[in-house]
Write a protein that binds this ligand. Structure first.
Ligand SMILES: [Zn+2]
Length: 79
């Protein structure tokens, strides 16, 4: 076994676990389009409501999306 490979895979596992925990604890991140403000300034200097997040400023994390999908699949399978 290569020690470096073992170290790399351990680090990857820790990062993945950390990301999953982050998705469970805090499922929403701030919208990248409007940076969580719910609106953005157009080039003409006018305020526009953000359509990407429906002016909530929140964006569901990709990881949380996966967690939700996994839960749905699990529930559908055990029903
Ligand atoms: Zn937005």
């Amino acid at each position: 076994m290569y020690p470096l490979l073992a170290l790399a895979s351990t680090a990857l596992a820790i990062v993945t676990l950390g990301y999953v925990v982050l998705c469970v604890v805090s499922p929403f991140g701030s919208c990248r389009r409007c940076h969580g403000h719910g609106h953005h300034i157009t080039r003409r200097g006018r305020r526009r409501l953000c359509r990407r997040c429906d002016a909530t400023g929140l964006r569901i994390r990709t990881g949380r999306h996966l967690v939700n999908a996994a839960q749905r699949t699990y529930r559908a399978g055990t029903r």
